[in-house]
Design a protein around this ligand. Structure first.
Ligand SMILES: C[S@@+](CC[C@H](N)C(=O)[O-])C[C@H]1O[C@@H](n2cnc3c(N)ncnc32)[C@H](O)[C@@H]1O
Ligand code: SF4
Length: 375
């Protein structure tokens, strides 16, 4: 199993909280950039060896800004140079204002079968300080129209722990999310990243930083409310109905190989991590010369161990005993640590795995990092 990630580094506006790689001034070079993405796909066509491509994920930035021709050229390059599985999962991140009928029909025709729609909040005033380029109505209309036009695998993104968001308001957001009848919800706690407008708003007192307690309470409400509505929390921040897990993201968490193309995209082949330059102009110029557009790092045994704990413990499948054994087993300081977590009921031991309990999920990253090794 292998996947392809395509990073589309364009956005209409700069959302106040976002520090992903994107540019809002791209019209002069967008054609060069799309050509470079296609060229990178061709240059790297043998890296995944003979593996069938089971998942393709267009992330960003804003993939829904791609024109029909641009998306068609990327899709046809992939189809021509890679062996696709029979029905690969093909996900497209969509900003609500782009989800109109003509676009939705085009995406469907070009093989997109899963949409991840960025609703973020059900409160107009949040969308405003976030500097989102859509209204609340556009968000819900995007979901309804996608359903009407036959998309049966829909995910929405919601952020909690927002400045001023009360638990009652958050419950209302969750109820509205559930009324949309989507198959999947990704919900992340707001992080206030340095060098973002949000960081400035908070520093200047224009917005109040939520407390950790408020964020934990909203996380607990998220988990219990979605569980009650039949969503399975298969990863700390990801919830699915009827096992409609995001196959692409699940592969990241399982350490499966994937190829990432486009500026700032990351790749992993089981041994090495590789990341592309996070600069659009450098990217297309260097790919054009087939020269220096990425860096590579070979993971040490300790790094593999650390990543396995960090990603594995966040999932409902946990960390598998057979994989721990393959990596040499737990050492004399890790075994008592695991015992303490088991006694405190932060981790549960199953026949073949260790899994976080509900209580443990509140401390997922802290628990995982307590097992970290250094070379
Ligand atoms: C980088 S966006 C790309 C998708 C699309 N452009 C959009 O805005 O919906 C992917 C997701 O990351 C999440 N995200 C980005 N920055 C975040 C932050 N500072 N805190 C929490 N979630 C964030 C948002 O939920 C967003 O939908
Ligand atoms: S949240 Fe999405 S639309 Fe907003 S700046 Fe980030 S990538 Fe672009």
């Amino acid at each position: 199993m292998a996947g392809i990630y395509v990073h589309i580094p364009f956005c209409k506006k700069r959302c106040s909280y976002c520090d992903f790689h994107f540019s809002t001034t791209f019209s002069k070079y967008r054609q060069d950039l799309i050509s470079a993405i296609c060229l990178e796909l061709v240059l790297r066509k043998d890296e995944l060896k003979s593996e069938f491509i089971e998942t393709i994920y267009f992330g960003g930035g804003t993939p829904s800004l791609l024109t029909k021709d641009e998306l068609a050229s990327i899709m046809s390059t992939i189809r021509e140079h890679y062996q696709l599985a029979d029905t690969p999962e093909i996900t497209f991140e969509v900003n609500p204002e782009d989800a109109h009928e003509a676009n939705l029909l085009t995406w469907k025709k070009l093989g997109i079968n899963r949409l991840s729609i960025g609703l973020q909040s059900f409160q107009e005033s949040d969308l405003s300080w976030m500097n989102r380029s859509h209204t609340l109505k556009q968000g819900t209309d995007a979901v309804r129209l996608s359903q009407k036009l036959g998309f049966t695998n829909l995910s929405i993104d919601l952020i909690y722990g927002l400045p001023g968001l009360s638990n009652e308001q958050w419950m209302e957001h969750l109820n509205r999310a559930m009324s949309l009848n989507v198959q999947h919800i990704s919900s992340y706690c707001l992080t206030i990243e340095p060098k973002t407008a949000l960081n400035d708003f908070v520093a200047k007192g224009k917005l109040i930083r939520p407390t950790e307690d408020q964020q934990s309470e909203q996380f607990e409400l998220l988990v219990s409310t979605l569980a009650h509505a039949g969503f399975e929390q298969y990863e700390i921040s990801n919830f699915a109905k009827d096992q409609k897990y995001a196959k692409h993201n699940s592969a990241y968490w399982n350490f499966s190989p994937y190829l990432g193309v486009g500026p700032s995209a990351h790749s992993f082949d089981g041994q090495q991590r590789r990341w592309n330059v996070a600069n659009n102009t450098n990217y297309y110029q260097h790919v054009g010369k087939n020269q220096d557009w990425f860096e590579v790092e070979t993971l040490t045994e300790s790094e593999k161990w650390n990543e396995y704990f960090l990603t594995g413990l966040r999932t409902k499948w946990g960390i598998l005993k057979k994989n721990i054994q393959k990596m040499g087993g737990m050492n004399s300081s890790e075994l008592p640590l695991m015992d303490t977590y088991l006694k405190n009921e932060w981790i549960l031991e199953a026949d073949a795995s260790f899994v976080l309990t509900e209580k443990g999920k509140l401390q997922a990253d802290g628990i995982a990092s307590s097992f970290f090794r250094v070379d």
